[in-house]
Every structure is written in C-alpha cells, then in structure tokens.
Design a protein around this ligand. Structure first.
Ligand code: SF4
Ligand code: SF4
Length: 326
C-alpha cells in the first residue's frame, strides 16, 4: 500500500493547542470483519493487532487521573477484541460515558449475537457507520451484502430501544462520501436519511454525522491508484488535498476534535487523534509516548501535531468524530 505520510508533513496548517481533555479515544485493534475502501485504519479480517487487558487497565487509570468523562471506543471492529466486554463493564463501573464506534454488520455476524443486547444493557451509545442509504453505494464501498446486513443490525438496535425517543439509548449514524469529494450539508442529508430509512425499513436514529474522508492509509492509497489510471500518480491525491485547502473554514479551527481528546493505540501509545495515530505522528515534542508515562501530565495548552491531512477537519462544514463542526 502506498505510504502518503511523507507528502503530508510539510504543511501550512495553523498551529493549534489543546483545551480541556474530556475524551479518551481507544483503538482496540485493527481486526475487522470488513475491508472498506475508504478505511483510514487499513483494518480487515487478517489484522492481528489487539489491545490487551493490561493496556486497557492503564487506559482506565489514565481516564481517572485526567478526569476524563467519556470513553470513545473504536477499531477495526472493537467488539472483536476478546476483552471488549471486560473494558465496557469496567468503564461503566468507573462512571464513564461510553461510545462504541460500530460497524453495524458485526451485530449480526455469527459469534457476535451477544453484542447488541450487551451494548443496550450497559447503556453504551452506538455510532454506526452507514456510508449511504442506498444499497449499491454501500456495497461498492464496503463489500457485497454489507447494506442488507447493516439494515438488519439497525433494526435489531431499534428493537432494543436504540434511536427511540426517551429510551436513553443513543444511535447515531455516520455518512462519508464515496470518493474524493466533500460531504453534502449534514442537516439536509440527515433529513433524507431519516425519511428513506423510515419509509423503506422502519428504522429510527438520533443524529447523522457527515464525515470527510481523510487522505491517509487505504483511502490515500486509493487516491494514488486512481491517479495512476490517469498517468499521473499524484493528480487525484493532490487534487483532493487542494479541495480540502480551498474549502478551509477558519471558524472550524476552534472546534476540531483534538482540542478535547487524545487517542490511544492498541499498544498504549498516545496521539492527538485517530488520524495522527494512523500516520504514526507522535504528540508534539518528538518520540511516541505511552499512557503509563502520561498519567499526571497536564494536557491543557499543549501543542498539537498538525500536517496536511488536518485540512480534512476544517474543510467546508468541518468534520470531527461527532460530524460537522458548523
Ligand atoms: S471503515 Fe470501519 S468497518 Fe470498514 S474496514 Fe475500516 S474499521 Fe472496518
Ligand atoms: S487531523 Fe487530528 S490533529 Fe489534525 S486537526 Fe484533525 S483532529 Fe486535529
């Protein structure tokens, strides 16, 4: 896979500094039952990297000492980590709010039938990826049959109360574009999703988050592969980066997610966000740092490592783990 990192490091993106830390994003590993073309993690069924319980214990200690209120669990498919249930129970016992970034097909995958009920029982908020409400687009991006499995899983979540008014069980959906373009306006897209999914499948959800595709890892390599077809390997990649820069909106800068979170990888190393983790871009100041060495560090006002991909967070309506910024 083509490594785009060297093309991103020389950047004019403004220097930003962290505010108050509220969220720890934990990547439980790169194992996933899918291999989507837009995946910025390069996750898939053959990946073996998984966070251990010992690292999870340090992460919970870190959350306690840093007065963090929210655990944002991601992967791969986090439910495929054998210690997933242990982590969620321990986090809830510690009083943390927990978000599961879920590829919904895992909830109907053989061997994971327990997952939806478990999430409901522990009041875990679910953020489920559904990159379009049309079957052909989802299957093109994620694989044949993924749309049908996702619909089945969302119906299962609805049956448990997810996405229903006053149930307290939050179900948010995630859209991302099919290719090298920005997402359409989130508000209108949410209206379209809501109507189509309700009319066709009787599915309800709370909010839709529209995310920008990051030009890193598998998606970065796909942009390069598309350029090769046009005899200029960099053309599509450079064109997409230019689009992100041309649509830069300064008002998004104060709201980018790295202002209030840090991201930890499966081995316990800490990064400014999940994207920096995937680029192995350490916290500002040099070498990779482990959770155990950061328990007492004051993160407020610390420098954030920025590079060209950061324009993906500030383009247009902006993009964060909770969708548009403006
Ligand atoms: S985008 Fe999500 S569901 Fe798709 S391969 Fe990556 S981690 Fe798995
Ligand atoms: S890519 Fe990461 S570090 Fe850069 S602005 Fe976005 S959240 Fe912050």
């Amino acid at each position: 896979m083509y490594n785009v990192k060297p093309l991103l490091l020389d950047s004019q993106f403004p220097q930003i500094y962290r505010g108050r830390l509220t969220t720890l994003q934990m990547n439980l590993g790169y194992l996933c039952n899918l291999s989507c073309t837009h995946c910025h993690v390069n996750a898939g069924p053959k990946r073996t990297e998984l966070m251990s319980r010992a690292t999870m214990e340090i992460a919970l200690q870190f959350a306690k000492q840093q007065h963090i209120s929210q655990l944002d669990v991601t992967g791969g498919s986090p439910e495929m980590n054998p210690e997933f249930r242990w982590l969620i129970k321990a986090a809830k016992a510690q009083g943390l709010q927990v978000i599961d970034r879920c590829n919904p097909t895992i909830l109907v995958e053989s061997g994971y039938e327990w997952a939806a009920e478990f999430l409901a029982e522990h009041q875990v908020a679910v953020i489920a990826s559904l990159p379009c409400y049309l079957e052909s687009n989802v299957d093109a991006q994620r694989g044949k049959g993924v749309f049908a499995a996702s619909i089945k899983a969302l119906q299962k979540l609805n049956d448990l109360g997810y996405g229903k008014t006053d149930s307290g069980l939050v179900l948010n959906l995630v859209f991302n574009p099919q290719g090298a373009s920005l997402p359409p306006p989130q508000q209108q897209l949410e209206v379209d999703y809501r109507q189509y999914l309700h009319d066709q499948f009787d599915i309800q959800f709370n909010q839709l988050f529209a995310l920008v595709n990051m030009p890193i890892q598998r998606f970065g390599a796909v942009l390069f592969a598309n350029g090769k077809q046009q005899d200029n390997p960099r053309a599509v990649f450079d064109g997409y980066l230019q689009l992100l820069k041309d649509t830069y909106q300064a008002q998004n800068l104060d709201k980018v997610m790295c202002k209030s979170l840090v991201s930890v990888d499966w081995q316990g190393f800490v990064y400014d966000c999940d994207f920096n983790q995937m680029l192995a871009l350490p916290l500002a100041g040099g070498t990779p740092k482990h959770l155990r060495d950061l328990l007492d560090v004051n993160f407020a006002a610390t420098k954030i490592s920025v590079a060209e991909h950061c324009f993906g967070c500030t383009a247009g309506q902006g993009s964060s783990c909770a969708g548009a910024l403006t």
